[in-house]
Design a protein around this ligand. Structure first.
Ligand SMILES: NC(=O)CC[C@H](N)C(=O)O
Length: 347
């Protein structure tokens, strides 16, 4: 069926809706990874977004549930150049189309994704709608994204190591797996937990996870992080990094088109080492706002020099904007999950 992606400046790109679902609305963002669509479509950080894959052939290795980052797709729609109808991989359980159909997520194929990506790079990410009607008005959404992806109940994944309170803002499965593999004793908390709730388990460290949307909207989590500054070691990944930065009094801003891909180079300013990292974010900590003399910038992005991590000199607080767990992507920075222990012992 003929379909369109209509952007909120009224630009229209034509394609073919190949899924059962023929409608989806969200912020239209692009990802430059050549592989990793299973992980990206189920990464809770993408909640509320329509994902454009710039790699032209998508679906060719099907879907294996093991690779998913959450229980269901979190994206509002997928836009591809060519959908591969005959996936082949020895671990594939479903075709991408069958999997997205099960969860009523639309796929728009045959789109000139190169032109669409250029448009988003020049004008910036914007809201859009996958629709069969060319004259459809692009709506805006006020969905509480954190509520849609965070756990509703506290749960524990027992380990023999230090106790981590993991504030689930939409945590990816690979982050949990990395922490589990290092033996941490995990208590996973809903995004709106109070300091009292977290204090009850007497954690050795509080970890704020990745997650969707504008960090400034995560008011409860910012307040929670504020309460722990100077009291407990803190670690943040992506949204968690932004939230801890806001709690420290810094500012976050929306990026023009964000970083979404698996080959983002970052440099560790403390030892001049460079790493290739997996990233997925549309906001960043504003460099000029990091004015606290006790806080240093640890990592920067080598493409645009934006902040990729900070560290507190007095308190055991450190954060990263990139995704050290990979999933999808490189594992160059998984050593960071071990480093968490050091920050606990520095306490
Ligand atoms: N992966 C993430 O945690 C994303 C953080 C935030 N939602 C952003 O887009 O910047």
């Amino acid at each position: 069926m003929k379909g369109f992606i209509k952007l909120n400046d009224s630009t229209i790109f034509e394609g073919e809706i190949i899924s059962k679902k023929d409608f989806g609305q969200g912020e239209v963002v692009f990802n430059t990874s050549m592989t990793g669509y299973e992980e990206s479509i189920t990464d809770p950080s993408y909640a509320g977004e329509i994902l454009v894959m710039t790699y032209p052939l998508i679906g060719n290795y099907g879907v294996n549930l093991e690779n998913l980052q959450s229980k269901r797709p979190t994206i509002k729609g997928l836009i591809v150049k060519d959908y591969c109808q005959f996936p082949s991989h020895h671990t594939s359980q479903y075709s991408l189309l069958d999997y997205l159909n099960q969860h009523e997520v639309p796929i728009l194929s045959k789109v000139d994704t190169r032109a669409l990506t250029k448009k988003l790079r020049i004008e910036g990410s914007m809201n859009g709608v996958i629709t069969t009607e060319e004259d459809f008005e692009v709506p805006t959404s006020n969905e509480n994204l954190l509520d849609s992806v965070s756990t509703k109940e506290i749960y524990r994944i027992q380990g023999n190591g230090p106790k981590i309170a993991l504030i689930d803002l939409g945590v990816k499965k690979n982050i949990v797996n990395q922490l589990k593999s290092k033996g941490y004793d995990l208590y996973v908390f809903p995004y709106n937990s109070s300091k009292n709730d977290v204090d009850k388990v007497q954690p050795d460290l509080v970890l704020f996870s990745n997650g969707p949307g504008d960090p400034k909207k995560a008011k409860e989590a910012i307040l929670l992080a504020k309460g722990f500054i100077g009291e407990k070691p803190l670690f943040g990944i992506c949204l968690g990094h932004q939230i801890i930065s806001l709690a420290l009094g810094f500012n976050t801003v929306k990026m023009k088109f964000g970083h979404r891909g698996t080959n983002h180079p970052v440099k560790n300013l403390l030892n001049n080492k460079c790493y290739i990292t997996s990233q997925n974010h549309g906001y960043m900590v504003e460099k000029e706002s990091v004015k606290n003399k006790d806080v240093i910038i640890t990592f920067i992005n080598l493409n645009d020099h934006s902040i990729e991590g900070i560290m507190h000199k007095k308190y055991p607080i450190f954060t990263v904007q990139f995704h050290p767990e990979g999933g999808p992507g490189v594992h160059d920075t998984t050593f960071i999950f071990k480093k968490i222990k050091d920050s606990i012992y520095r306490n």
